[in-house]
Design a protein around this ligand. Structure first.
Ligand code: NDP
Ligand code: GDR
Length: 374
């Protein structure tokens, strides 16, 4: 029997990789997409299947995590074997701007899904994955962070995700549902949203190298993160739903680097050597040497990064480092890609796009480069 999966957030970074992964495993994949005023399916267009063709394996449903009746109807129609709840307002800084919306979608949205499964009598059939996060650890109480480390959320996003973590545990204990949390540390890819720090850096520096932007404006570059590749992490999301018993797992690499280090790596991929000077809000990064021909717009002495306090957060999560040993011991999971390999892949993809834009500009067909930042 073909298994059916329902993915909320299928148009996002993880949703797109997970959909690819499940299709390759022979699943029928259903995804919830939001209505938007312009196309928002770029990350899954390559796997889209014409619904007019017989027996499409990928189907999209309009919906929203804030809409109980919509979610219940979709689950009733699909009768999924597995639900992956990846949909969320997932930007920490934005959650300070829109705390109530973030709570509705990231906290109550999870409850709506769990209740729909229960209400429809699917609690013994449908397995549930909740996209929990290292942001739950916030102001860290223990290093490295593992499944037993106490939580201390530091943003409306993290507080909303804390509710989702516990309601998932609660439905498992109260109703015997196969429901579990993946406590995932930061994971990135060329499909990462443009306003998360890694992608902001790789895209920004590629644009600067090609003369499409002047300078990268950053927040707290001392921040330390445990970064992995999204492809490795979605594999683990699936593995967590294939066990005999539901259990929560930390997914991380066990290695930690600063945002400043990620800027240096990205610059090096473009052939740029940087010198960081100054302190606090006055810190800048200056190009000291250029190797190769990927940065025709730059010369030594150019300042390409400055600090802009608007990107500081009202409460910051300074440091995160995960301990994935439980996932390794029980599930045999280990990341296959290093953060350096991932950084190189991201820079390469963003450089390709920047070069295309620069070529068009040279021939008088300038495409606006979005300056939306985060
Ligand atoms: P993205 O921001 O790339 O994707 C979020 C997805 O959620 C998009 O498809 C978005 O749709 C959808 N979405 C947003 N709001 C709603 C809503 N109201 N109703 C339905 N869908 C909605 O996130 P990632 O792929 O990076 O992350 C996936 C999940 O994992 C998220 O829940 C995130 O919080 C969590 N997480 C992510 C980590 C990471 O490092 N990436 C680490 C730990 C947890 P649209 O495309 O229309 O905006
Ligand atoms: P994070 O990711 O908040 O960890 O949440 P993000 O990439 O936004 O920030 C990581 C760190 O970099 C610092 N930073 C900046 N961040 C952004 N976005 N823009 C900047 O200019 C900038 N300068 C410095 C941040 O302050 C922070 O310390 C991500 C999301 O995917 C969540 O959904 C997920 O739950 C967690 O990872 C794990």
């Amino acid at each position: 029997m073909t298994k059916k999966a329902l993915i909320t957030g299928i148009t996002g970074q993880d949703g797109s990789y997970l959909a690819e992964f499940l299709l390759a495993k022979g699943y029928e994949v259903h995804g919830i997409k939001r209505r938007a005023s312009s196309f928002n399916t770029q990350r899954i267009d390559h796997i889209y299947q014409d619904p007019h063709e017989p027996d499409p394996k990928l189907r999209l449903h309009y919906g929203d995590l804030s809409d109980t009746s919509n979610l219940t109807r979709i689950i009733q129609e699909v009768q999924p074997d597995e639900v992956y709840n990846l949909g969320a307002q997932s930007h920490v800084a934005v959650s300070f701007e829109s705390p109530e919306y973030t709570a509705d979608v990231d906290a109550i949205g999870t409850l709506r899904l769990l209740e729909a499964i229960r209400f429809l009598g699917l609690e013994n059939k449908t397995r549930f994955y909740q996209a929990s996060t290292s942001e739950l650890y916030g102001l860290v109480q223990e290093t490295p962070q593992r499944e037993t480390t106490p939580f201390y959320p530091r943003s409306p996003y993290a507080v909303a995700k804390l509710y989702s973590y516990w309601i998932t545990v609660n439905y498992r204990e109260a109703y015997g549902m196969y429901a579990c949390n993946g406590i995932l540390f930061n994971h990135e890819s060329p499909r990462r949203g443009e306003t998360f720090v890694t992608r902001k850096i790789t895209r920004g520096l590629a644009n600067i190298a090609q003369g499409l932007e002047k300078c990268l404006y950053m927040g707290n570059i001392d921040s330390l993160r445990d970064w992995g590749h999204a492809k490795d992490y979605v594999r683990m999301q699936w593995m967590m739903l294939q066990q005999d018993k539901p259990e929560d797992f930390v997914i991380a690499t066990g290695k930690q680097y600063s945002v400043r280090q990620f800027i240096e790596w990205s610059a090096a991929e473009l052939g740029l050597t940087l010198e960081f000077s100054g302190f606090g809000v006055d810190e800048v990064a200056t190009v000291t040497a250029i190797d190769g021909d990927n940065a025709p717009a730059l010369k030594p002495g150019d300042v390409i990064m400055r600090i802009d306090p608007q990107y500081f957060r009202p409460a910051e999560v300074e440091t995160l480092l995960g301990d994935p040993s439980n996932a390794k011991a029980k599930l045999g999971w280990e990341p296959e890609l290093t953060v350096q390999e991932m950084c190189a892949e991201m820079v390469l993809e963003d450089l390709k796009t920047a070069k295309r834009h620069a070529l068009l500009k040279e021939h008088g067909f300038e495409l606006p480069v979005s300056l939306e930042n985060g």
